[in-house]
Design a protein around this ligand. Structure first.
Ligand code: PRX
Length: 662
C-alpha cells in the first residue's frame, strides 16, 4: 500500500477518515442548478460528444474536425479548430452587448484603492497591451514572462499575450531573483512584464530589483515593461526598460486578433516536482478554455448575469489562471480580484469585501480558512454575508473542522461547499461535488466530474474497493490536461505515465469510503503542500547544500495545524558549530532559502545534526525524519538537534523501525 494514509497528509487525516456526516444538496438550489441530474450518465455515455457540446459555448473561428487525437501520453483536442483565447474572454462579450458588465471589481490593498473594469474597458486595455507587445517585437510563439502583483495589468498582460499567440509564463511575485532567472531561462522568454513593486500589509514591497538581478543571468531578455504601482524608486536600464504608462497607454485601442490553432501554446506554469528543478507545465488554447469554462459553469453553478465570483488566490498560480482569468472571463462572469493579504487593513477585510461587492461565490484554500478560523467567528458574524450562495475549497485536503467552520460561519448553513481537487497539470477541476446534485461530506471531493475518468488503484494497478485507499490515477485524457513539460519530454513520460502504464499518475493518495465517495489524502511523493503551495523537498535541499557551511541536508514536510504541512530541514554542517553560533547559522540558512527560492519555502525549523539517518544503501530515511519532526516537541526555535533526538533516531535505526523507508 502507498503510505498516503500514513503521514504525509497534514492535520486532516485522522479526523477525515472517521467523518461520516453528509449534507444533501440544499432545497431550492437543485431546481435551478446548471448541472441537472442525468449529467453524469449523459457524459459517460459518450464523453467526447459531451465535451464537444461544452466546446460549443466558445466562439470558434473555425470548427474542429476531430474532438480528440490521443497518442498516449500526448493528446490534441479539437483538432483543426481555430480560436483566439482573448477574443473568447473579452471581445465576444462586448460584441454580444454586455460590454457594460463589470469583469473585475478590483480591490487594491490600500483601503479605497479600487477599480471597476467592464468588459468594454478590458477590451481596450488588452488591445493596447497587445499593440505594445507587438511594438516590442513579440510574435506568436514567443514566450513572455510576467512577474506582477495582483493588479489588473496582470490579467491584461496575460490576455494580450494570448491574443498574440505568445505563451505567457506568470511567475509568482513571491519568488526570488534566482528562481525568476531559472524560469525565464528555461522558458527562454525575451520580454518580461513587471512592476516597481506591490503592496503588502501596508508596505510597498519591491519587484523590479529582483527582475534587474535575475536579468544579469538572462542576457537574451531584450525588453522589460514596468507598471508603476507603488511609486518606489527603481533602477532604469535605458533601451531595455519601458514604463507601461508610456508605452501601453499611447497605443490604439483597436487590435485585430488572429485565430490560432486549438493546440497553440497558451502558457507555461512552473511548478515543483520531486527533483530540484521546477517543471514548466505546458497548456494549450482550445481544450484548456473548454475545460476551465465548463468546470467554472458547472462546479460553481455560475449565473453570469447575477453572480459575483471571487477566487481568493494569486494569479501567479494555476488557480488564478483558471478561475480568476480564463474560466470566469470565458463565461462573461463578474469577479472580484483582491490584491492584498486577508488581514491587510484588519482581520475582517475579506468579510468587508464580500459585503461591499455582494460576493455570491467564494473560492479559497483550506490554509486560509484555518487562518480565518483562528481570527474568530465574530468577524464574519459582524458582516452581512447573505449574498453568498456557494463556497469552494482548493489546494490541499480540507480537514472536517475547517470545512464545518466554513459551512457554519461563512455559508451560514445555507451554502453548499465544493471541495475541488485538481493540479497545475490538470488545468482545471477534475474531482468535485456538483452543487444541486451531489451530497457533500466534510473533507471529501466526492466524485470525478462528468467527462472525467479517475480511479483509485493499489500498488499493482488494481482498483481498490470501497473503504480502501490507494493511488489516484486518471484513466482517460481530458481537455485541460498538460501537453507536456516544456523542453523535457522524458521527464513528462517518466513523472506521469510510467508508474502505472497507460494511466496518468497524479502523485496523490486517495481513498474510497464505504459509499464509494472519493477522499484525497495528500501527496505520496516528495512534494510538500505548505499553505496550499506546492514545494519540492529536493529544491530546498539543493538550496541548502548551496550554502558554503552545509555539508548535507534533508527536508521533510511535517504536519502543521494551520499550513497543512510545514518545511522542516535537517542539516549537517561543515566543521563545528556550537551554541549561539548555531542559532545564528540557522537564521542565516532560513534566509538563504528565502533568497534562493522564496519566503514561502523558508523552513519552519532547521535542525543541525551531526549525522543524517541513512539506509544501508545510503538513502536518507525521510520517514524517520518526519517522525522526528512531527512527533517530538522540538520547540519553535530552531536549535541543534539534541542528543535525545539523535538517540531516538539511533533507537529506531537499531530496532529496524525505519527499515521500510523509501
Ligand atoms: O496534492 C494535491 C493538492 O494540491 C496538489 C496540486 O497542487 P498545485 O499544482 O499547486 O495546484 C493547486 C491548485 C489546483 C495536488 O496534487 N490538492 C489540490 N486540491 C486538492 C488537493 N488535495 C486535496 N483536496 C483538494 N481539493
Amino acid at each position: 500500500m502507498p503510505d498516503a494514509s500514513a503521514d504525509r497528509t497534514g492535520p486532516a487525516l485522522s479526523a477525515l477518515l472517521h467523518e461520516t456526516r453528509q449534507f444533501p444538496p440544499p432545497a431550492g438550489f437543485a431546481a435551478q442548478a446548471n448541472a441537472q441530474p442525468g449529467i453524469y450518465e449523459e457524459a459517460a455515455a459518450d464523453p467526447l460528444a459531451w465535451w464537444e457540446r461544452q466546446a460549443e459555448h466558445l466562439q470558434w473561428e473555425q470548427r474542429w474536425d476531430r474532438v480528440l487525437e490521443w497518442d498516449l501520453p500526448y493528446s490534441k483536442w479539437f483538432v483543426g479548430g481555430k480560436l483566439n483565447a482573448s477574443v473568447n474572454c473579452v471581445d465576444r462579450h462586448v460584441a454580444a452587448g454586455i460590454g457594460d458588465r463589470v469583469a473585475y471589481h478590483w480591490v487594491g490593498e490600500p483601503e479605497g484603492d479600487t477599480r471597476d473594469i467592464t468588459y468594454a474597458d478590458l477590451k481596450d486595455l488588452v488591445a493596447q497591451a497587445a499593440n505594445a507587445l507587438v511594438e516590442l517585437g513579440v510574435e506568436a510563439g514567443d514566450r513572455v514572462a510576467i512577474y506582477l502583483p495582483m493588479i489588473p495589468e496582470a490579467v491584461v498582460a496575460m490576455l494580450a499575450c494570448a491574443r498574440l499567440g505568445a505563451p505567457h509564463s506568470v511567475i509568482f511575485g513571491g519568488f526570488s531573483a534566482d528562481a525568476l532567472a531559472s524560469r525565464i531561462l528555461d522558458a527562454d522568454a525575451r520580454v518580461v512584464v513587471t512592476a516597481d513593486g506591490g503592496w503588502r500589509r501596508g508596505t510597498a514591497s519591491p519587484l523590479k530589483p529582483a527582475v534587474d538581478a535575475a536579468l544579469e543571468q538572462c542576457p537574451d531578455v531584450r525588453s522589460v515593461l514596468v507598471v508603476r504601482r507603488t511609486g518606489q524608486d527603481v533602477a532604469w536600464h535605458e533601451g531595455r526598460d519601458h514604463w507601461w504608462h508610456d508605452l501601453v497607454d499611447r497605443q490604439s485601442t483597436t487590435h485585430e486578433a488572429e485565430a490560432f490553432d486549438a493546440e497553440q501554446p497558451l502558457y507555461i506554469m512552473y511548478t515543483s516536482g520531486t527533483t530540484a528543478k521546477p517543471k514548466g507545465i505546458l497548456h494549450t488554447t482550445g481544450g484548456y478554455l473548454v475545460h476551465t469554462s465548463t468546470t467554472h459553469r458547472l462546479v460553481f453553478d455560475l449565473k453570469p448575469e447575477r453572480d459575483v465570483f471571487w477566487t481568493a488566490a494569486d494569479i501567479g498560480w494555476v488557480t488564478g489562471h483558471s478561475y480568476i482569468v480564463y474560466g470566469p472571463l470565458a463565461n462573461g462572469a463578474t469577479s472580484v480580484m483582491y490584491e492584498g493579504t486577508p488581514d491587510a487593513g484588519g482581520q475582517d477585510r475579506w468579510w468587508r469585501i464580500v459585503e461591499q461587492h455582494k460576493v455570491s461565490i467564494l473560492y479559497t484554500a483550506p490554509t486560509t480558512i484555518r487562518t480565518l478560523m483562528k481570527w474568530g467567528e465574530e468577524l464574519p458574524a459582524a458582516h452581512d454575508l447573505s449574498s453568498l450562495r456557494l463556497l469552494g475549497s482548493v489546494g490541499e485536503p480540507i480537514n472536517p473542522e475547517a470545512w464545518m467552520w466554513y459551512r457554519t460561519n461563512v455559508g451560514r448553513d445555507r451554502c453548499p461547499i465544493v471541495d475541488t481537487w485538481w493540479q497545475t497539470e490538470t488545468g482545471g477541476i477534475l474531482i468535485s461535488p456538483l452543487p444541486g446534485i451531489t451530497a457533500t461530506k466534510p473533507g471529501a471531493a466526492m466524485r470525478p466530474l462528468p467527462g472525467i475518468s479517475a480511479k483509485v488503484i493499489d500498488n499493482d494497478g488494481n482498483e481498490v474497493g470501497n473503504g480502501e485507499g490507494g493511488y489516484l490515477v486518471l484513466t482517460e485524457p481530458w481537455p485541460g490536461m498538460l501537453r507536456g513539460i516544456w523542453g523535457d519530454p522524458e521527464r513528462y513520460q517518466e513523472t506521469y505515465w510510467s508508474r502505472f502504464p497507460g494511466y496518468y499518475f497524479a502523485g496523490d493518495g486517495a481513498k474510497l469510503d464505504d459509499d464509494g465517495d472519493l477522499w484525497l489524502l495528500g501527496r505520496v511523493d516528495d512534494v510538500m503542500n505548505v499553505s496550499g503551495h506546492r514545494i519540492s523537498t529536493a529544491e530546498i535541499e539543493h538550496a541548502l547544500v548551496g550554502h558554503p557551511r552545509v555539508a548535507e541536508a534533508a527536508v521533510v514536510g511535517a504536519s502543521d495545524a494551520t499550513t497543512g504541512q510545514a518545511v522542516v530541514a535537517f542539516v549537517t554542517v561543515k566543521g563545528e558549530v556550537e551554541g549561539e553560533e548555531g542559532e545564528a547559522l540557522v537564521r542565516e540558512l532560513r534566509d538563504h532559502v528565502a533568497t534562493v527560492i522564496s519566503p514561502i519555502a523558508k523552513p519552519r525549523q532547521i535542525l543541525l545534526t551531526p549525522d543524517l539517518p541513512k539506509t544501508r544503501s545510503g538513502k536518507i530515511m525521510r520517514r524517520l525524519l518526519r517522525d522526528v519532526a512531527e512527533h517530538r516537541d522540538l520547540g519553535d526555535v530552531t536549535t541543534l538537534l539534541d542528543s535525545s533526538v539523535v538517540s531516538m533516531i539511533d533507537e529506531k535505526m537499531r530496532t529496524g523501525a525505519a527499515s521500510d523507508d523509501e
